[in-house]
Design a protein around this ligand. Structure first.
Ligand code: C5P
Length: 226
């Protein structure tokens, strides 16, 4: 079965008041987008890459692609207003009988082990997520910032990407969300869970697969890189 990486790089970066979205931050001479693409390009089990880019920055993305010699990128698509919309746009292009690995471009230091674990788990499960242990206790609070629940730490994990699926399954989930006009999803596993479409198996992530949301995160990467 074909494995297609869907790289989500359509964020606008406005949240942090940056002029340029985070996927274009530079680390060691390359944009975060290039680091992400490199990881999937070099993985032996990935057959194709669909890049979902922000229409406002499409020229910049194309310029970056032209400087590299990626062989696996078969589609460059304009993303949507929300992450879930961008994910819908990317996954709907995948043939039903393929696997899709949906990945945040800003998790630019995803390891080969993580990608391989996702692909291997897809032999057994139709839906796979990546997560790591939490060392902090996580609390639930209400609108007054008062604690309502302290779930047992042993049952909590921190979500990363890729999140990987049989294309047919995730396309069905997106269609259901679209019919309900439900945009309240921060990740793709949430769609599968909401509509109870399949068990979602979790594979181990890595601290270095951090979501880079501000420039100072690059210092953390610098330290983990050593
Ligand atoms: O904004 P958030 O932290 O959820 O972004 C996670 C990833 O999703 C980023 O790589 C970002 O570029 C992507 N994204 C997208 N389309 C959007 C919003 C975010 O592809 N409309």
């Amino acid at each position: 079965m074909k494995n297609i990486a869907v790289i989500l790089a359509s964020g606008s970066g406005e949240r942090f008041g940056e002029n340029i979205p985070k996927q274009f931050f530079i680390f060691k001479g390359k944009t975060l987008l290039e680091h992400s693409l490199d990881a999937f390009e070099k993985n032996e089990y990935i057959n194709e890459i669909f890049l979902v880019t922000n229409p406002k920055f499409r020229d910049l993305a194309e310029e970056i692609l032209s400087k590299n010699s990626y062989k696996k990128i078969t589609k460059v698509l304009n993303g949507g207003k929300t992450r879930v919309e961008s994910s819908y746009i990317g996954t709907k292009e995948a043939p039903d009988n393929s696997n899709v690995l949906i990945h945040d471009a800003v998790r630019a230091f995803v390891t080969q082990d993580i990608i391989n674990r996702n692909i291997e788990a897809l032999n057994k499960y139709q839906a796979v997520g990546t997560a790591i242990e939490t060392v902090d206790t996580i609390i639930q609070v209400d609108e007054n910032n008062c604690i309502t629940n302290i779930p047992a730490r042993s049952s909590l994990k921190r979500v990363q990407t890729p999140q990987s699926f049989r294309a047919e399954l995730i396309k069905k989930a997106h269609k259901m969300a679209l019919e309900e006009n439900n945009q309240n999803f921060t990740d793709d596993c949430g769609l599968i869970l909401q509509y109870k479409l399949a068990p979602i198996h979790i594979v181990e992530g890595d601290e270095i697969n951090l979501k880079i949301t501000q420039k100072s995160d690059l210092e953390i990467i610098e330290n983990l890189w050593k």
